[in-house]
Design a protein around this ligand. Structure first.
Ligand SMILES: Cc1cc2nc3c(=O)[nH]c(=O)nc-3n(C[C@H](O)[C@H](O)[C@H](O)COP(=O)(O)OP(=O)(O)OC[C@H]3O[C@@H](n4cnc5c(N)ncnc54)[C@H](O)[C@@H]3O)c2cc1C
Length: 465
């Protein structure tokens, strides 16, 4: 039996919030260790956000190069070097890993590379990547184990060895015909990027629209944008079975309202949701309960059912974004210092990195109906924003929801260039409880996208008396 090492704080999984907590605790003098089986720094810098955006930017350059003549720049034939695309991404990931290792060293937090599972409350056995086992125990334990891509239970899909985001980001060639299972943000981002690299792309979504959580007009606009680039989108399509092998030939049979059809492709990518990494890690030994979907059951302070055990990020069912995991860290950090922060009523924006991107904060129109809230809705097409007239930055719209009888902004959605930046301005106004006329009447710099907020908010009707 390996000797048991004792820590004050032990973090399982070096996810986004977990690593920040580890560095913070170690910096403040607490004996801290992080157990990580693969990704130094978690999934965001290694296989999720940063590498996907890196390759999306490469695809965007290809798109601009193909359309350069429209702006008066002549180029030759545009060809794609996926080995170079991949290398650019790998170099960025290597830089990220090096930066993370420096932070571990500087903070004094110990990084233990291996797969951890609980053998008793607050006690982990770690199968070390270099061989052997280490037993670790701690006064306080934090779970930040994340999620992995769900492979839906479709006959033949598992046998087809589908790509997930991880393998799709390691391709050294452009797939002739990429079939994407799932019309959520991961499927759309990859679908558009590979279309721009030159693949034929078919996105299959079983729900009635792409981006199921968005309002119908938002989803429709996004589908129009993708279709205009040649991405084929099948919605309300039930995947019946898959034959063949990704990377060679795959045939997917789907049923839609129009009947059954076979889609023949070269590669298949699963982007059909995420499954928490909570199975098989002994959480029952640790007294940590899961909810019906396999996420760690936590309260508003991110405390689990086991004393002195917290959960952070996606595995705790927090919204699946890096900034949510980072905010989980801030909540726990403040509460450990005697604070009373909670996850309740957090205003969490998000951005889908299609081109143009989609960004959102606050309520959707659908939420208004569900919550029985009444609001005024105003919209502005992006071509009414003067910057778009000059730059030709294309389609999309802004939409704002304002309280029916107060002037508070309840929600904002934008499909358009710089949407991820513009949403922050609206978010700040919402956080400040600013009546919408204050933002409408603000002097916003000319020929920015944010200038459009003034026009949008001028379209809000007068309040009910
Ligand atoms: C393709 C893609 C693109 C995305 N893009 C964005 C984006 O642009 N913006 C955004 O905000 N979010 C994005 N996300 C979501 C974002 O990556 C996650 O929400 C974010 O990384 C938070 O993760 P986390 O902190 O919960 O855990 P993670 O960062 O996933 O970390 C969990 C870690 O735990 C480790 N682990 C698991 N089990 C064990 C074990 N038993 N022993 C040891 N280690 C273990 C894993 O190896 C992993 O490193 C994207 C997701 C995907 C899939």
């Amino acid at each position: 039996m390996a000797a048991q090492a004792q820590f004050e704080a032990l973090i399982l999984g070096s996810g986004q919030g977990g690593k920040l907590l580890a560095w913070h605790l170690a910096h403040s003098g607490r004996r801290t260790a992080v157990v990580e089986r693969h990704w130094i720094g978690g999934s965001c810098p290694n296989v999720n956000c940063m590498p996907s955006k890196n390759e999306i930017w490469s695809a965007g350059v290809a798109h601009v190069a193909r359309h350069a003549a429209e702006f008066g720049t002549k180029t030759g034939r545009v060809t794609i070097d996926m080995v170079k695309v991949r290398q650019r991404k790998r170099d960025m990931v290597d830089r990220q890993i090096a930066a993370h290792l420096r932070n571990y060293k500087d903070s004094g937090a110990e990084l233990i590379m291996g797969a951890g599972h609980f053998v008793a409350p607050k006690t982990l056995a770690v199968r070390l990547n270099d061989g052997g086992t280490r037993m670790l125990t701690a006064d306080q334990v934090f779970l930040n184990v994340g999620t992995h891509a769900t492979v839906p239970d479709v006959p033949g899909l598992q046998a087809a060895s589908p790509l997930t985001n991880i393998e799709a980001l390691e391709l050294d060639h452009v797939p002739p015909h990429l079939i994407v299972l799932g019309g959520g943000y991961v499927g759309l981002e990859f679908g558009q990027a590979y279309r721009r690299f030159g693949s034929r792309v078919t996105i299959i979504e079983h729900g009635s629209q792409l981006l199921s959580r968005e309002d119908h007009d938002v989803s429709e606009e996004m589908q129009r944008i993708l279709s205009a680039e040649g991405v084929e989108c099948l919605v309300a399509a039930q995947t019946l079975h898959v034959h063949g092998r990704s990377g060679k030939d795959v045939t997917v049979t789907v049923r839609t309202a129009a009947g059954e059809q076979r889609i023949e492709g070269s590669d298949i990518l699963v982007a059909a949701g995420r499954t928490p990494n909570t199975a098989g890690i002994g959480l029952e030994e640790a007294g940590v309960e899961l909810d019906a979907r396999g996420y760690v059951r936590v309260n508003e302070r991110l405390e689990t059912s086991a004393p002195d055990v917290w959960a952070i990020g996606e595995c705790a069912g927090s919204p699946h974004f890096t900034h949510a995991s980072v905010d989980d860290f801030r909540i726990i950090m403040d509460n450990l210092a005697g604070g009373k922060r909670s996850t309740r009523d957090r205003l969490i924006p998000y951005c889908v990195f299609t081109d143009p991107p989609l960004a959102h904060v606050g309520l959707h129109e659908g939420d208004l109906r569900r919550q029985g809230v009444t609001a005024r809705v105003a919209k502005l097409p992006m071509n009414a924003v003067l910057r778009v007239q000059a730059s030709g930055e294309g389609p999309g719209f802004m939409k704002v929801l304002v309280g029916a009888s107060d002037d508070r902004i309840r929600g904002f959605t934008m499909i358009g260039r710089e949407a991820g930046e513009v949403v922050s301005a609206v978010q700040v106004a919402m956080l400040a409880g600013l009546p919408y006329p204050k933002l409408r009447d603000a002097v916003l710099a000319h020929l920015t996208m944010a200038e459009g907020l003034g026009f949008l908010l001028s379209n809000v009707e007068n309040a009910e008396k």
